[in-house]
Ligand binder design. Structure first.
Ligand code: 9MR
Ligand code: 9MR
Ligand code: ZN
Length: 544
């Protein structure tokens, strides 16, 4: 028998349900006194399709006294320990944001901010255009595209991935500013701006450089091939500027428009510039139809290929409507057309349309026509209700079907949590509580209430994973990984060598994961897997 739960802990006044793999009676034990504080009996067995097993709920919601506990089954099985309390997600939240600082490219990470993870500046050489590289042009023109965050375990920087991460983060700040008061001990700490905005500005300043003269935005800045496992400052492969795509340009318009509103009070000059750049990108979009992206043959760095740009254009139109009311008519017209064509419920890099919904549903009254708002709201609520039903059918209480365990499934988990939070914000009382509880249940899964008993955030939880696919982690000579990194998590069709070797074919999707540094398809980290988790903790830190 095994007992699984959120290893980071539970807020005092919420529903608390662990999972066991056998029917049992159980006790909740106080760690300090080693005495039982509550007991119970497991609920009826539920077959969890994604995990391929029957599991039993252990409800211990009655435990509300702050403290440290574990659950013990009648055969002596013990769960990991967990905390009950009111401020329990603050440390996790801070570490997940600070993790982004460790991705900074093009600047020295000093010991006073980075501690043992300090390193010299990386990737400071200017970049060249892909076509010059491929043609072998002698003395090609060079461009300063230095800066930004490394995307993931690789050193590439990709415009759509960057915009999506910034989207999660800027909305988290905008909706829950009170959750961003702690200092992150980054170089800008102590200035007049919350550190999350300082950190995001580092990325935004780089993204601005990715726009071409005509307004189009380059899809990515990467080497031709992924670097070996070396520290970033040892990587001297040339960085190449890959062509413009319409996805990158539309995401850029959206994020710059959003940023122009958020930075207005802190950095008025930047806010003005961001809006100008957003308009330029918008004009490019008006003059160009879909432009996709594919790696040229032989180049193996990330692709972020996407067959549809209507969701990105939808998001852009919704943000522009808010940021540039002078031209509202055009934006609204476009938003209406795209709204018909997109899901409106996803916050991932392939489908960003829920960001458009978020923009519309959190806008001041009157900015969008009531009927348009209502239509979007209906779709968003219908999806939230589908997710709640999915959770109710899941033994682990997570809104995921077996087929949803794609590469980076933990982002799907968190993005669904974000949609549930959005609905919680849009209604009241009991109904709001249903969505809130459902959102929190997604977080419980991430932090250990899952079939592998793993907390998917480094440094948080007794059985947190330890070996992220991340080049610095693998080459810095330090045992412990940086804390606060969300793993991509289980992938139903793992495709890297170590996962394929170690995970037997036919393993249930929720169990297709391996905590191995080489497993890039189940255990990499990325900026946009941390960012929706940050949105979630920001929401649940309110009122603390
Ligand atoms: O480390 C790379 C990771 O960031 C990517 O997600 C992944 C898929 O593009 O590729 C990883 O790099 C591997 C490369 O594709 C093939 N050779 C081994 C590299 C490191 O495992
Ligand atoms: O997150 C991406 C995932 O949705 C895709 O299935 C996968 C393969 O195309 O690529 C992932 O993105 C990787 C990117 O291409 C390069 N940096 C690391 C990203 C995370 O693995
Ligand atoms: Zn770098």
């Amino acid at each position: 028998m095994a007992i699984y739960l959120n290893q980071e802990g539970y807020l005092t006044n919420v529903k608390k349900v662990a999972v066991s793999t056998k029917a049992c009676t159980f006790q909740v034990m106080d760690v300090s006194s080693n005495k039982s504080v509550a007991e119970g009996r497991s609920g009826a067995g539920v077959f969890d399709e994604a995990a391929g097993e029957e599991v039993f709920a252990l409800d211990f919601s009655g435990v509300r006294k702050p403290g440290k506990y574990y659950i013990q089954g009648d055969d002596g099985t013990r769960s990991h320990t967990f905390t009950v309390g009111d401020k329990i997600y603050a440390g996790l939240h801070k570490d997940m944001i600070k993790a982004l600082y460790f991705q900074r490219c093009g600047c020295e990470l000093k010991a006073e901010h980075a501690g043992v993870y300090a390193h010299e500046a990386c990737h400071i050489a200017p970049a060249i255009l892909l076509e010059d590289y491929m043609a072998g042009t002698e003395n090609p023109e060079t461009y300063d595209l230095c800066g930004g965050w490394h995307d993931a375990g690789d050193f590439g920087r990709y415009s759509t991935a960057a915009s999506v991460a910034l989207g999660h983060l800027l909305y988290a700040y905008k909706l829950f500013p009170e959750s961003f008061k702690d200092s992150l001990q980054i170089p800008e700490s102590g200035n007049d701006m919350p550190d999350v905005l300082n950190e995001c500005l580092y990325e935004l300043a780089w993204l601005i450089k990715m726009q071409r003269e005509d307004g189009g935005v380059y899809h990515k800045l990467t080497a031709w091939s992924h670097a070996p496992f070396i520290m970033p400052q040892e990587d001297h492969d040339p960085f190449l500027i890959y062509p413009v795509s319409s996805m990158a340009t539309a995401d850029y318009a959206a994020i710059m428009a959003l940023a122009s509103g958020i930075y207005k009070d802190f950095r008025p000059e930047f806010a003005k510039e961001a809006l100008e750049k957003a308009k330029k990108a918008w004009n490019w979009l008006e003059n160009n139809s879909y432009v996709g992206f594919k790696n040229p043959e032989g180049s193996n760095t990330g692709e972020y290929d996407d067959v549809c740009d209507e969701d990105e254009r939808f998001w852009a139109a919704c943000e522009m409507q808010k940021a540039d009311p002078a031209n509202a008519k055009v934006y609204l017209e476009r938003a209406k057309v795209y709204a018909e064509k997109v899901s409106k419920v996803d916050f991932g890099w392939t489908d960003v349309s829920a960001f458009g919904s978020l923009a519309v549903l959190t806008a001041e009254e009157g900015l969008f026509p009531a009927e348009f708002v209502k239509d979007i709201s209906n779709v968003v609520f219908a999806e939230a209700d589908r997710l709640v039903a999915l959770q109710n059918n899941s033994g682990y209480g997570v809104a995921m079907k077996a087929q949803d365990y794609v590469w980076g499934s933990n982002m799907v988990v968190c993005n669904r949590g974000m949609l549930l939070v959005l609905c919680a914000l849009k209604c009241k009382d009991v109904q709001a509580d249903v969505y809130k509880e459902a959102a929190l249940s997604q977080l419980h899964y991430l932090l250990g209430k899952n079939a592998l008993d793993v907390s998917y955030v480094t440094g948080h939880g007794e059985n947190a994973y330890k070996n992220p696919h991340n080049r610095p982690t693998a080459s810095d000579g330090i045992d412990e990984p940086m804390p606060g990194w969300v793993s991509g998590g289980p992938f139903k069709a793992p495709c890297d060598a170590v996962a394929m070797e170690k995970i037997p074919v036919g393993t249930p999707p929720m169990k297709c994961y391996i905590d191995h540094v080489d497993s890039y398809s189940t255990n990499e980290i990325t900026i946009y897997w941390n960012s929706p988790a940050i949105f979630m903790t920001a929401f649940f830190m309110q009122g603390e």
